[in-house]
Write a protein that binds this ligand. Sequence first.
Ligand SMILES: CC(C)(COP(=O)(O)OP(=O)(O)OC[C@H]1O[C@@H](n2cnc3c(N)ncnc32)[C@H](O)[C@@H]1OP(=O)(O)O)[C@@H](O)C(=O)NCCC(=O)NCCS
Length: 174
Amino acid sequence: MQPKNPSDSRTVMTDLVLPSETNPLNNLFGGELLARMDRAASIAARRHSRRITVTASVNHVAFNHPVPLGSVVTVEAAVSRAFNTSMEIYIDVWMEDRQNRKRSKANEAIYTFVAVDDSGIPTKVPALIPETDLEKERFEGALRRKQLSLILAKRMKPSDATELKALFMGKSPN
Ligand SMILES: CC(C)(COP(=O)(O)OP(=O)(O)OC[C@H]1O[C@@H](n2cnc3c(N)ncnc32)[C@H](O)[C@@H]1OP(=O)(O)O)[C@@H](O)C(=O)NCCC(=O)NCCS
């Protein structure tokens, strides 16, 4: 399988925040943003693997800034690391200033998708080669995040998480 770059999967979705998508403070409802991010991440995972892909886990979401009614919101997703059948997708959410169109970062999230065949069985995905400094940084941290996600899902014993141990104990993984 031919390796891919993050730019091969980059997916950009821009949309407005409408009244039906807001909470009582007139800011974007968290669940609506999660759905928008899930859609963009799903397309990115599909572009990388060219397979059916399913959300395996939402590893991290930070709702750092409220997104007001009427905002123009851009969700940008790209594969940050490919493993065997799973892919980490990094999502950046931007808001656009009405006057000068300058973008500011509103939120970010990290999702894990798995490529499956027509019967839903996990299937191998191409490797990912990061290019920019940011892509390399995200690639480097992805194995730690995968191990943490697997521990929380009770799919991995903490004693097997070599990358995490190295992070907390300052030792390089074997
Ligand atoms: C995700 C799913 C395909 C995994 O299937 P499985 O039979 O458990 O397969 P495996 O144990 O071989 O896991 C497949 C990959 O997913 C990864 N994975 C599974 N759960 C994970 C989690 N919580 N966090 C991170 N990675 C996870 C595994 O590490 C493995 O990755 P790798 O092959 O790259 O090493 C299966 O659980 C599923 O279909 N879930 C429902 C998905 C869905 O419907 N999503 C929408 C929710 S509404």
